[in-house]
Ligand binder design. Structure first.
Ligand code: ZN
Ligand code: ZN
Length: 588
């Protein structure tokens, strides 16, 4: 029986908006999702010249009979949607009947398909059937697209260079593999294998097959749910960071999605665990009732809208943050030998081959639609007692051995040697102290015997006068004194002793630095980071053995002992095994 039903006209019109086919990667996406819908367990994607010359997709799925094969090229024929209502319950991958007809109208397509008993071959160019016959093929479907956009030169021009198209498609196939670890994917370009997964059904193994050992060894598993959402996946330790967002993969009901809020939750959870402009490797799978998902806001189906987004944000943010908090994250000085990093060499190849004006960061539908990097938007940090307190790190004892280069504390324990960046460590400790004081509004004030005088320009004075409540709210006691001058008679007690005057000036500078939209949380964060950095021991200052001991003891008790507030590492480890390997005491 024929499985494809022709869509009603109204439904067709609803969906027809927007173009489905714009890139090589969007064609591969449509074809591959059709294969997934046909329950394929093995999908091979082969490109010639990044898809510009040929795109070939072979699967071992259910295949089509002659009638369906013929209907597949008719606009709005689809096996997946029959009624308007179904649009709201889409749980399958592809659902637009026009994908294949659209592709066939702007290229040359050869389809060979078999549902078992029958096999069909159809050859179409520019929408015209050139040949249709029975053929032989083992169960499954093979589609080959050539001469893409040959009859629409305007769109041909929109295709990027081979390497850009290839890079985008590779990124897409990686994400499809992560979405479906139970499917065996292989991907080639000009007969060179770029990606191969085993279809083991194991997500971590798939991560390994894509990223290699160096990354898969540094992944942390997470799992959580609330009333409406189940989330599951892996995040990387902060020592593995990438320079673009392409390795953040998010899925809703196994569909690749882009959603600015979901990405913000991930980014916020990594707050101060990474520097700005660096991005983690994340595989986040969200399962939910399809009625909470509105997929139709973008024709490529990757942008989605979700109901109950705030609940989902909290779930993702808290889960990832706890996952980082509960794991020991001291990076090892030595990298593990990589075993199967086809990817890195491929990317290096691609990037090397790119011309200067063609950077690897490409704007396509695969890029996040909305800049997510809300770095100005400081997330509300949970206090440590809200999270599980008992961690390996807190019980870690580090014995200082000495200070090298006036900058790095060398420490040891029975696991190995550690190098601690003294400034970064001090900065982290002070930052958490300031944040805690500001968050808990511990504003005990210290009165000064000799007030601090703050002289300002006339305009700054007027500005500060207008915003003086910011200072008094923090616990400062301010008094106007003569022309353009304030006296600071008392300051919050948490200011670092001996640095009170410097701190006062720093805070006033922050206020004068422009506060058109004053956000107290953001302001507190700026105070904490600025003061922490300025007040922390400068490099090249020799601290005593006791001071080193105290610093290390305080560091291990921090919420995040691994990074300074700017996301730089504070501590690096050489395990005994690393050292023995380096000195060839052990061979391998
Ligand atoms: Zn600093
Ligand atoms: Zn820093």
């Amino acid at each position: 029986m024929s499985k494809i039903h022709v869509m009603s006209e109204t439904l067709a019109n609803k969906i027809a908006a927007g173009e489905v086919v714009e890139r090589c990667s969007s064609i591969v996406k449509e074809l591959t999702e059709n294969s997934i819908d046909a329950h394929a367990t093995n999908i091979k994607i082969n490109l010639k010249k990044g898809g510009l010359e040929a795109i070939n997709v072979i699967d071992n799925g259910e295949g089509m009979d002659a009638t369906d094969a013929h209907l597949a090229f008719q606009r709005h024929a689809t096996s997946k949607i029959i009624h308007d209502d179904d649009l709201f319950f889409i749980n399958t991958m592809g659902f637009r009947g026009e994908a294949l007809p659209s592709i066939a109208s702007v290229s040359e397509v050869e389809l060979q398909t078999s549902d078992g008993p029958t096999s069909t071959y159809i050859h179409i160019k520019g929408g015209e059937i050139l040949e249709e016959k029975s053929a032989s093929l083992y169960r499954g479907t093979e589609l080959t697209i050539t001469n893409l956009f040959y009859n629409t030169p305007a769109r041909l021009k929109y295709l990027k260079a081979e390497n850009t198209e290839l890079y985008n498609t590779l990124n897409l196939v990686e994400k499809l593999s992560l979405a479906h670890p139970q499917i065996k994917f292989s991907f080639t370009n000009n007969d060179k294998i770029l990606l191969k997964t085993s279809g083991s059904g194991n997500l971590l193994k798939t991560i390994h097959e894509i990223y290699g050992l160096n990354v898969s060894n540094k992944m942390l598993e997470f799992k959580a749910s609330n009333n409406d959402f189940d989330i599951y996946g892996y995040i990387c330790k902060p020592e593995i960071l990438k320079s673009n967002r392409n390795d953040i993969s998010t899925f809703v009901n196994d569909r690749i999605v882009h959603n600015a809020e979901i990405n913000r939750a991930i980014n916020d959870a990594y707050y101060t665990y990474k520097p700005e402009g660096k991005y983690p490797v994340v595989i986040l799978k969200i399962n939910t009732d399809p009625t909470l998902v509105d997929v139709n806001i973008h024709p490529t189906k990757q942008d989605i809208k979700l109901s109950k987004m705030n609940d989902l944000y909290d779930l993702i943010y808290t889960t990832i943050k706890n996952c980082l908090y509960n794991n020991l994250l001291i990076p090892n000085a030595l990298k593990e030998e990589s075993v199967s990093i086809i990817k890195d060499s491929v990317i290096a190849d691609i990037v090397n081959n790119m011309t200067k004006d063609e950077p690897p960061k490409v704007q396509t539908e695969l890029d996040f639609k909305i800049a997510v990097d809300n770095s100005n938007n400081t997330p509300e940090l949970k206090t440590s007692d809200e999270v599980i307190v008992n961690r390996e790190m807190k019980s870690l004892t580090l014995y200082p051995v000495g200070l090298a280069l006036g900058t790095y504390i060398i420490a040891q324990n029975d696991e190995g040697i550690y190098l601690i960046d003294q400034h970064a460590a001090q900065e982290r400790i002070n930052y958490e102290k300031y944040m805690k004081a500001l968050r808990n509004k511990i504003f005990a004030t210290t009165y000064l015997l000799i007030p601090i005088t703050v002289e300002l320009s006339a305009s700054d004075y007027i500005y500060l006068k207008e915003h003086i409540n910011i200072l008094t709210d923090l616990g400062f006691v301010m008094e106007e004194f003569g022309i353009n001058t304030y006296l600071v008679k008392a300051h919050p007690s948490w200011l670092l002793e001996g640095h009170e005057e410097e701190s006062v000036h720093k805070i006033i500078d922050l206020i004068l630095g422009g506060l058109t939209n004053f956000d107290p949380a953001k302001f507190n964060e700026s105070i904490a980071i600025t003061l922490a950095c300025k007040m922390s021991i400068k490099a090249n200052y020799n601290i005593t053995h006791e001071e080193q001991e105290e610093l290390l003891n305080e560091l291990v008790l921090c919420d995040n002992p691994y990074n300074c507030p700017h996301g730089r590492p504070t501590i690096i480890k050489f395990s005994i095994y690393d050292l023995e390997r380096m000195f060839k005491r052990v061979m391998n």
